[in-house]
Design a binder for this molecule. Sequence first.
Ligand code: TYD
Length: 135
Amino acid sequence: MQVIKYVFQPHGDDRGQLISLEEFKDIPFRIKRVYYMYETAKGIVRGKHAHKNLEQILVCIHGTCKVKLDNGMEAKIVPLEKPYEGLYVSSNMWREMFDFSSDAVLMVMASELYDENDYIRDYDTFLEYISTGNF
Ligand code: TYD
């Protein structure tokens, strides 16, 4: 399983750093939605779902967290520890976000608007869905 991690180029000067992310340039899809999580309680695992169509890029813009990606055959754990790193998460990929530092802010850029029908929230249903290959 290939993990795609983007390293964004900051515009740094003696005032500090600035990162700009543009759709189709830095981000490989049209950004239809941005959301972020913060004040995540200790020990919490978020996500625990896959999407049928939606693609995302996750950036831990403050603090740190880990992301487990699982394509049904293989799983990988990717730490997100820098505000200039973006983790690409394709459709049909089970994801879990965990090990949030207390100051973590995890920002997500998504290719689709929020649509509960695009979610697969049960792991066995996910395995079944991808085994059909009908997507
Ligand atoms: P949830 O799907 O449980 O978050 P995650 O699985 O990523 O940990 O979302 C928490 C709540 O927020 C749930 O009631 C749905 C709502 N929500 C929106 O209204 N819009 C959104 O874009 C997202 C991601 C969630």
